[in-house]
Ligand binder design. Structure first.
Ligand SMILES: Cc1cc2nc3c(=O)[nH]c(=O)nc-3n(C[C@H](O)[C@H](O)[C@H](O)COP(=O)(O)OP(=O)(O)OC[C@H]3O[C@@H](n4cnc5c(N)ncnc54)[C@H](O)[C@@H]3O)c2cc1C
Length: 348
């Protein structure tokens, strides 16, 4: 019988489910609640676990890369635990010579070098790619299928004893701990005012169901292309301030144009659109750890990298709840950093 603390996890996205599983494995009595039957951001995501190109193309620093690599390095164990398949074929930056020069400079700034791909090899990895682009491969960026991963995490959590409830959480109730993993939602801001630091960024993603897109993820100018079971995914818009998940063709126009530059055969092809809302903090890193309110822990604000960061978030939250060392990244992610609070707990 479980004797550990009773924990309610609010939100069954990538962060909530991964955290619920880790808490159950640590001996906690966990209930995870989520009222929504509509796809959340985790379900519509492309599924890239991309420490290198997310840092290079998003203007990140070496310290960000270090943190993202640490998160990615936790994935093989989580994947083995939950039965999630990870593709490690890598990702290729593709584009004009001028654009690739910038990508190479970004890699060099971080002390990295990609492999220059001869054109025939590039065509083998990504059939149909525009004739005038070149490519630089990094094997450090991996990927998974988000919907399959959500199903696998849910099943593993339930098998580990996590109770799943289709309801919204409005407070800690009589639980020992409340873990808030509600994405961009503000419903629990009364319990944890730290949530008000989150800004929504809508993301729309295209899926070309009858295209496979080759064997690797591609990172191009204005678009990425990720092969997957549901077809080729082309993403994604960044629409700050928007909280709706409605398809918006006007906002999609630059993405469609970028997709057609990468794969000319996509011109006029049929695609589906899905949209989700990312939650972003002022410094782009998530808020993970104790909230000001007693017994409340945050696991929110993962912006573009929620899948990548999920196992690190789960590890830190579990350490907070069980009183263990939260590790070297906890201080950097402490929610108190936006309220001038000092990090609490054992984390240095
Ligand atoms: C188009 C797009 C592409 C992306 N691609 C990638 C990618 O390739 N790689 C990557 O790492 N990340 C990617 N991301 C980012 C990633 O999807 C997010 O960072 C991640 O999904 C956030 O997960 P989450 O669990 O915090 O939130 P969510 O997935 O949004 O889940 C939050 C859940 O909380 C629930 N909830 C809200 N309020 C309550 C309440 N009061 N009680 C209970 N439940 C509640 C909601 O119903 C929701 O299901 C992408 C995002 C988008 C939009």
């Amino acid at each position: 019988m479980t004797r550990g603390p009773r924990v309610i996890v609010a939100g069954a996205g990538a962060l909530g489910l991964t955290t619920a599983l880790a808490l159950a494995d640590a001996g906690c009595a966990v209930t995870i609640c989520d009222p929504a039957d509509e796809p959340n951001a985790s379900a519509v995501a492309a599924g890239m676990l991309a420490p290198v190109f997310e840092t290079v193309l998003d203007g990140g620093e070496a310290a960000d890369l270090d943190l993202l690599l640490a998160a990615r390095n936790l994935w093989p164990a989580l994947a083995g635990r939950a039965g999630i398949e990870i593709d490690r074929s890598g990702a290729v930056a593709v584009g004009s010579e001028a654009w690739l020069a910038q990508a190479r400079a970004g890699l060099a700034r971080l002390g990295l070098r990609g492999a220059e791909l001869p054109r025939p090899l590039l065509e083998g990895l990504a059939p149909g790619l525009a004739a005038d682009v070149e490519g630089v491969l990094s094997r450090e960026d991996w990927r998974l299928d988000p919907r399959a991963a959500l199903d696998a995490l849910r099943q593993a959590a339930e098998a580990a004893g996590v109770a799943v409830r289709a309801e919204a959480v409005d407070g800690r109730g009589d639980a020992d701990w409340l873990v808030i993993a509600t994405g961009a939602g503000q419903g629990l801001a009364g319990v944890a005012p730290e949530l008000r630091a989150l800004a929504p960024i809508k993301g729309q993603i295209l899926r070309y169901a009858d295209r496979r897109g080759g064997r690797v993820s591609l990172r191009g100018e204005g678009a990425y292309a990720v092969p997957g079971g549901e077809g080729l995914a082309i993403g994604a818009t960044m629409e700050p301030g928007r909280t709706d998940a409605e398809p918006d063709l006007a906002a999609l126009a630059p993405l469609i144009a970028a997709a057609e530059r990468l794969f000319p055969e996509l011109s006029g092809a049929t695609f589906g659109v899905s949209a989700g809302v990312r939650a972003a903090t002022p410094d782009g890193l998530p808020m993970v750890g104790p909230a000001a309110a007693p017994g409340v822990v945050l696991a929110v604000g993962a912006r573009r990298n929620g899948w990548l960061l999920a196992p690190l978030v789960a590890q830190i939250v579990t350490a907070c709840v069980t009183g263990r060392d939260a590790g070297p990244y906890a201080a950097r992610l402490d929610p108190g950093r936006f309220a001038g609070r000092r990090p609490r707990g054992k984390a240095a």
